[in-house]
Design a protein around this ligand. Structure first.
Ligand code: NDP
Length: 333
C-alpha cells in the first residue's frame, strides 16, 4: 500500500496551563518515526479525563504539546519485520492523538480486528484497558464479590461494570444525576446510587446490600470528594483502588488509616501496569477476546469534529459531569 505522507499536518496543541480554551488547532511538521516507532494516520481519537489533568497542570507536562491519549487509524509506516502489516487498522495509547498523523512506540500498537467498529477501538484503548487491568490486577475480582464502581456512567465506568458482570461480580455504581441511572443499569449494574444523595444514606445502603460487611473493593476515579467515604464502605481486609482525580487528588494519609480494617490501597496507572510488550500483548488480546465474548457495548456520548472549538466543547462537557460513555473526535474519514 502506498500512502502519500504530507509534510505538515493539523494538530490540536496546548502552549500553557489553563482551561479548555487553551486548546488551539495549528499546522505542524508531520512527526517522523524513529527506529522503534511507527506512523499512524488517525481516523478517530478519544477524549479522556486525563486530558484535563495535563492541561490544568495537575500532571506537569512540557509545552507545547499535542493533545490526546488514544486513537484508531491506519498503520502507514513501520520498521522492517514489524508484526503488524502496513495498511492494517490499529488502535494505540500513544498520545499526541488529536492530529492527522501520530508517531507511536512500536510496542503501544495493536491490530484492530475487522469485525470491531473503529469507534469501539478508541474506547478499548485507554478506557477499556484500564477497566480490564483494574479488575484483573489492582484488585482481582472473584465470582460473587461485591464492588463499588464510582462514576459508573463514565468512559471507564461503563466498561468496568460490563466486564465485572461477565466475571460474576455484584456491582454497585454511583452517578451524580438521575439521567445517568438507566444507562448504568443497562450496562448491568445491580444497584445504582446517586452521589447527590447524602453520604450517610449511601453508606447505609451499601452496608445493607452487602450484609453489613461492605464491598470487597472500591474502584474510585473521582478522588478527593469520595476518598473518606471509601473507607466507610469497604469491608475488613478490602481494597481501595484510587485510580483518578476527577474531583481533585486524594490527600496524603498516614499508613495507620488502613489498620482498623487491615485495608489495602493501591494507586495504579495504565502506563505503569501495562508497560512491557508482553503486558501490552496480553491485555490487548484479552480485551479483544472479551469484547466479543462478553459482547461489550462501548457507549458513545457524542462525536465531535476536528477543530479547536470542538475540542474545547468536548473538554467542557467531560468536566461538566453530563456525559455518559465515550467522547470521540473524528479526525479523518
Ligand atoms: P469519565 O467519562 O468517567 O468522566 C469523569 C466522570 O467523573 C464524570 O462523568 C463524573 O461522573 C465524575 N466526577 C466526579 N466528580 C467530578 C467532578 N468534581 N468534576 C468532574 N467530574 C466528576 O472519564 P474517564 O473514563 O476518561 O476517566 C474516569 C476516571 O478514570 C478519571 O479520574 C481518569 O483520570 C481515570 N483514569 C485513570 C486511569 C489510570 O490508569 N489510573 C486511566 C484512565 C482513566 P458523575 O458526575 O456521574 O460522578
Amino acid at each position: 500500500m502506498s500512502t502519500q505522507i504530507p509534510k505538515t499536518i493539523k494538530a490540536i496543541q496546548v502552549d500553557k496551563v489553563g482551561g479548555p480554551e487553551v486548546n488551539v488547532l495549528r499546522e505542524i511538521p508531520t512527526p517522523v518515526p524513529k527506529e522503534n516507532e511507527v506512523l499512524i494516520k488517525v481516523q478517530w481519537s478519544g477524549v479522556n479525563y486525563i486530558d484535563n489533568y495535563f492541561r490544568s497542570g495537575l500532571y506537569p507536562v512540557q509545552h507545547p504539546y499535542t493533545v490526546g491519549q488514544d486513537a484508531v487509524g491506519t498503520l502507514v509506516q513501520a520498521p522492517e519485520g514489524y508484526h503488524i502489516k502496513v495498511g492494517s487498522r490499529v488502535f494505540t495509547t500513544a498520545g499526541s492523538a488529536f492530529a492527522e498523523y501520530l508517531v507511536a512506540s512500536r510496542d503501544r500498537v495493536a491490530a484492530l480486528p475487522e469485525d470491531i467498529d473503529p469507534k469501539d477501538g478508541v474506547s478499548m484503548a485507554t478506557q477499556g484497558l484500564t477497566a480490564l487491568y483494574l479488575l484483573k490486577e489492582s484488585y482481582q475480582v472473584k465470582k460473587g464479590d461485591w464492588i463499588l464502581n464510582r462514576a459508573a456512567a463514565g468512559g471507564v465506568g461503563l466498561i468496568l461494570t460490563q466486564i465485572a458482570k461477565y466475571l460474576g461480580v455484584n456491582v454497585i455504581g454511583t452517578v451524580s444525576s438521575q439521567s445517568k441511572v438507566d444507562t448504568v443499569k443497562q450496562s448491568g449494574a445491580d444497584h445504582v446510587l446517586l452521589s447527590s444523595d447524602s453520604s450517610e444514606s449511601n453508606v447505609k445502603k451499601i452496608l445493607e446490600l452487602t450484609g453489613g460487611q461492605g464491598v470487597h473493593a472500591v474502584y474510585d476515579g473521582v478522588g478527593k470528594d469520595t476518598w473518606e467515604e471509601d473507607f466507610e464502605v469497604v469491608r475488613r481486609k478490602g481494597t481501595i483502588v484510587t485510580y483518578g482525580n476527577a474531583s481533585g487528588a486524594v490527600p496524603p494519609f498516614p499508613a495507620t488509616k488502613l489498620s482498623p480494617k487491615a485495608l489495602k490501597v493501591t494507586r495504579p496507572t495504565l502506563f505503569a501496569v501495562v508497560k512491557t510488550q508482553e503486558e501490552w500483548d496480553e491485555y490487548t488480546s484479552e480485551l479483544i477476546d472479551l469484547t466479543k465474548k462478553a459482547k461489550i457495548h462501548y457507549a458513545v456520548h457524542k462525536e465531535y469534529g476536528f477543530s479547536a472549538e470542538d475540542v474545547i466543547q468536548a473538554q467542557k462537557d467531560i468536566q461538566g459531569r453530563g456525559t455518559a460513555g465515550k467522547l470521540l473526535i473524528k479526525i479523518s474519514e
